[in-house]
Design a protein around this ligand. Structure first.
Ligand code: SAH
Length: 264
């Protein structure tokens, strides 16, 4: 799409972009990677920010949009914190108190497995004005990009988003209970504990031949989809060298992929 098309479309939309005030923090989601999945509000936030606090999952191209902002990289991957969450919270509070226009940018949606809730709580506790700007969560962006419908009439009436890497036992999904729902499950951060997760899903009654897939680097130029079954997921991950960031999708929605893709 040419730049002129985009400018005209935005003008026609007559969308009043919110203004980022000094001393305010916006918790924003960049989507799974493809810049096309940025929302208009997040794009405008990046253009307005003078301080950008971002994660590893946000692509360089997107970070570069905030050309006039000082960048603070607070990356973490696979659940491993390089900077403790408390320090990130404190950084956001400090930047706001300095009167900066702060954007806290995360991959996907800022309130889906992203600790955005904790940051919002910390800001609220300190009386810092903040706002949440939604992003496309990787499950929905990634499934669509991989040619897998999130819901399909006749197959599923629900879709479960779960974390495979829960730091605290309270957050740990009851996999057997999820399996018993019979609904497809999209697992974030699932690679590290995959063997245990698969075993627990099977204990809950999912059979080894349940269709499954990895969607690696979803929506990015190097996106890769590896299909398997629940029973062969672990060996497929090793054979295909599946790496983070990847989603694991378990359920019959995966089997529609071939038919959907033939229309591509
Ligand atoms: N807030 C993010 C999730 C952060 S947790 C969101 O809404 O998407 C990090 C996990 O998200 C990764 O381990 C991976 O499972 C998933 N993820 C994020 N971006 C991804 C991408 N481009 N491709 C595949 N998985 C992705």
């Amino acid at each position: 799409m040419s730049k002129a098309f985009l400018e005209q479309a935005i003008a026609r939309l007559a969308h009043d972009e919110p203004e980022l005030q000094p001393g305010h923090v916006w918790l924003a989601g960049a989507g799974p990677g493809d810049p096309g999945l940025l929302t208009l509000d997040v794009l405008s936030a990046l253009a307005q920010a003078d301080a950008l606090v971002h994660d590893a999952l946000v692509s360089e191209k997107v970070v570069a949009v905030a050309s006039q902002a000082e960048k603070f990289f607070v990356g973490k991957r696979g659940g491993r914190l390089s900077i403790p969450q408390g320090e990130i919270n404190a950084l956001l509070v400090r930047l706001a108190r300095e009167g900066r226009k702060v954007v806290r940018l995360k991959g996907g949606h800022p309130l889906v497995f992203a600790r955005g809730g904790e940051e919002a709580l910390a800001l609220a506790a300190e009386g810092i004005p903040y706002r949440v700007l939604s992003g496309v969560t990787s499950a929905f962006g990634g499934l669509a990009s991989a040619g897998i419908p999130a819901t399909m009439r006749g197959i599923n009436g629900a879709v479960i988003l779960a974390t495979g890497f829960a730091a605290q036992s309270d957050d740990r999904p009851d996999w057997a209970a999820l399996a018993r729902t019979g609904q497809p499950i999209v697992i974030y951060m699932g690679l590290t504990h995959m063997a245990d997760t698969v075993a627990a899903l099977m204990q809950g009654g999912l059979t080894a031949d349940t269709p499954a897939a990895f969607v690696e680097n979803a929506t990015l130029p190097d996106e890769r989809v590896v299909t398997a079954t629940l029973g062969t997921l672990a060996e497929a991950a090793v054979r295909e060298h599946v790496v983070s960031p990847a989603l694991i999708v378990v359920g019959h929605i995966v089997s529609l992929r071939d038919r959907l893709r033939s229309g591509a």
